[in-house]
Design a protein around this ligand. Structure first.
Ligand SMILES: N[C@@H](CCC(=O)N[C@@H](CS)C(=O)NCC(=O)O)C(=O)O
Length: 204
């Protein structure tokens, strides 16, 4: 399998952690891309990473959850997405929470990059404030429901960990740990996993 890859993308990181946790990492060849480049558009018309070219030569898979679902059906390691029932609902819901926090952070980051490129401040309007609210409310929801992050590793946990890792990389000023001691302690333990160390982004 070949993975269109960027070392700082939290979505790519989620896919790689899932691959490592399921023992599939050495089957994935990484194809470094400029996340906002064009070279991967033939594989993914949206030109986003991650995109995974599967072994069977079929069309590339994209959106990180689709790739994670594909990886989850290869081999016989324990599944990261439960096959059914309320456990599946819970894991996918927590995944969506982590994903939404990541989406909000990325939107703020893009604004920052655009500012740097234009050399002048862009309006920080209600839309950007709404993204910060989503990040804080998401973290509050997790702090209030820590039980959803317990148990064997699953895709919900991975999604939350990559979201929090991305906040650490880019948004120190949001201080996500403040007032969320349980979530911070959970992250510290999760971040010690070899899959997290192996996928740590280069420092900002
Ligand atoms: N929903 C997508 C989001 C992927 C995404 O936005 N990736 C960023 C890099 S972190 C990207 O490639 N952005 C380029 C663009 O939006 O044009 C997923 O989960 O895979």
């Amino acid at each position: 399998m070949k993975l269109y890859y960027s070392a700082t993308s939290p979505y790519v990181r989620k896919v790689l952690i899932a691959a490592i946790e399921r023992g599939l990492d050495d089957r994935i060849e990484r194809l470094p891309t400029d996340g906002f480049g064009e070279e991967h558009r033939p594989a993914n018309p949206l030109a986003k990473v991650p995109a995974l070219v599967p072994d069977d030569g079929g069309p590339a898979l994209y959106d990180s959850i689709v790739i994670c679902d594909h990886l989850d059906r290869i081999g016989d390691a324990p599944r990261l997405i439960p096959e059914g029932g309320s456990a599946r609902d819970r894991v996918l819901r927590i995944h969506a929470l982590g994903q939404g926090m990541t989406d909000a952070a990325l939107l703020l980051q893009v604004q920052r990059v655009r500012e740097r490129k234009s050399g002048q401040p862009l309006p920080d309007d209600w839309w950007h404030e709404r993204q910060r609210q989503a990040i804080h409310a998401g973290a509050d929801a997790l702090e209030a429901e820590m039980g959803a992050l317990e148990g064997e590793i699953d895709l919900g946990q991975i999604s939350v960990a990559t979201a929090l890792g991305y906040l650490d990389l880019r948004f120190d000023e949001l201080q996500w740990r403040q007032g969320r001691e349980k979530l911070a302690a959970w992250y510290e333990t999760f971040a010690a996993r070899p899959s997290m160390a192996a996928t740590a982004p280069p420092p900002a």
